[in-house]
Design a protein. Structure first.
Length: 107
C-alpha cells in the first residue's frame, strides 16, 4: 500500500507541474521567417498569431500571391519552432519518469 500512496503523491505532483508547464507554454512565443526575412510572423504557445511583419518591398499589387505564400511559409516556420520549444519543455519536465515508449505529454 505504501507504493500506491507514493504513486498517488507523484501523480499529484506531476499534475501540478503539468499545469505550470501549460501556463508557461501559453506565454511562450516563437517567430518564423520566410523569403530571407522579408516576412516574419510570431505565434504564442497556444498557436495564436500575434504579429506579422512585412518588408515594404513586398507591398506591390502584382506580388500578392508571393506575399500570401510567404505568410504561409513563415507561419509554418514559427509553428515548427514553437513545437520544438514545447517538446523540449515537456521532456525536461518528464525526465526520469518511467513512461511507456511513445507516450507523449501533455495528453
Amino acid at each position: 500500500m505504501k507504493d500506491l500512496m507514493g504513486m498517488m503523491k507523484q501523480a499529484r505532483a506531476m499534475q501540478e507541474k503539468m499545469q505550470g508547464l501549460q501556463a508557461e507554454i501559453a506565454e511562450t512565443t516563437a517567430s518564423g521567417q520566410a523569403g530571407g526575412g522579408v516576412v516574419s510572423v510570431t505565434l504564442k504557445g497556444t498557436g495564436e498569431l500575434v504579429a506579422v511583419e512585412l518588408d515594404p518591398s513586398l507591398l506591390k499589387p502584382d506580388e500578392k500571391d508571393i506575399v500570401e505564400d510567404l505568410l504561409v511559409a513563415a507561419h509554418a516556420d514559427a509553428k515548427r519552432k514553437l513545437d520544438a520549444v514545447i517538446q523540449d519543455k515537456t521532456q525536461a519536465l518528464t525526465a526520469g519518469l518511467p513512461l511507456p515508449p511513445g507516450m507523449k505529454l501533455p495528453f
